[in-house]
Design a protein around this ligand. Structure first.
Ligand code: CUA
Length: 336
């Protein structure tokens, strides 16, 4: 059943597309089979067992154990099998491979903003190399949006206040429609764009073309300094907040006795609403940054903190960048 002959499905352009289509095909076939079976039997039985005379009394039926077992266990096996199949496809779609490349996505009334770690930034266009798994870390600036690329069989709601992770692996060079699939206001229907899947060399050329603001880590470092984060988080005599080097991925002991893994979501929350989960041994004195930094800035800061490894990947916050003013917070600037 090829896609060209049967234009019911969008093009299959990701590694997951055949799996999703197979499952979908199975569900449709199963539903069609039982619909047909029931419809045919209704008509057949109506004719076969019709009342042939006014005073005809039908024969009593005493049931049949084999028949009861058959119509109990066959549907049970079919339903559980379909559930197992669906769950495994869903798990596969939910777990990005470790070697996936990162792209950061912010939905906003009414556009999609994309940020590549190397620095390139785009709106309503996403350039990607063919054959590489892509992990999307998505947030929204306002209401719920939904990232939908039919050719990749990828559709994930992007919900305010949290990160949504999705992944896919484009398998074909081409240009594919991108939609917002959640009604999000007046211009919802205009919140569309394209995913451009390119040969890896073309992608490298494209990537080297546009990164005026530096890499995402550099952007994060700049914001970190503009918001005067070092004044408290820099190891030394003035340190009043937890050190950030090597923090990402670690288990953090909290003041209330619980622990949390320092992942993207925890770092994001700790910037926006620092008193939500205070680290053991520290006071809840950090100011709230909600409203001072947008989702794009947050992604840059989180990526920067992630890069602060003890081996000194991007170098820690350096003493030369500590603002003299101490704790003043710079107003939000659109540095992008
Ligand atoms: Cu965003 Cu609809």
């Amino acid at each position: 059943m090829s896609q060209q002959q049967l234009p019911l499905f969008p093009e299959q352009a990701s590694s997951a597309a055949p799996q999703v289509d197979a499952l979908y095909g199975w569900c449709v076939a199963l539903a069609a089979f039982f619909t047909l079976l029931v419809a045919v039997l209704v008509v057949y039985f109506a004719v076969r067992y019709r009342r042939r005379s006014e005073d005809e009394a039908p024969r009593a039926i005493h049931g049949s154990l084999p028949l009861e077992l058959a119509w109990t266990f066959i549907p049970l096996v079919l339903a559980l099998g379909t559930f197992y199949w669906g769950a495994s496809v869903y798990f596969h779609l939910s777990r990005p491979p470790d070697d996936a490349m990162d792209v950061y996505v912010v939905g906003k009334q009414w556009m999609w903003k994309f940020q590549h770690p190397e620095g390139a930034r785009e709106i309503n266009e996403l350039h990607l190399p063919v054959g590489r798994a892509v992990r999307l870390t998505m947030a929204t600036e306002d209401v719920i949006h939904s990232f939908f690329v039919p050719a990749f069989r990828v559709k994930w709601d992007v919900v305010p206040g949290r990160y949504t992770t999705a992944w896919f692996q484009p398998t074909k060079v081409g240009r594919y429609h991108l939609f917002c699939a959640e009604y999000c206001g007046t211009k919802h229907s205009g919140m569309i764009g394209w995913v451009e899947v390119m040969e890896p060399t073309d992608y490298q050329n494209w990537l080297s073309g546009g990164s005026a603001g530096g890499t995402l880590v550099q952007q994060g470092e700049r914001l970190f300094s503009e918001l005067a984060c070092q004044s408290c988080h820099l190891a030394g005599p003035t340190q009043r907040g937890p050190a950030l080097t090597g923090l990402f991925g670690r288990t953090v002991q909290l003041k209330d006795g619980t622990t949390v893994t320092a992942d993207n979501a925890y770092l994001r929350e700790s910037v926006l609403n620092p008193t939500a989960r205070v680290v053991a041994g520290y006071d809840p004195i950090m100011p709230v940054y909600q409203g001072l930094v947008n989702e794009e800035g947050l992604m840059a800061i989180v990526t920067y903190i992630k890069s602060l490894t003890p081996e000194g990947g991007a170098g820690g916050p350096s003493a030369g960048q500590v603002p003299s003013g101490g704790g003043t917070v710079a107003p939000e600037k659109d540095t992008r």
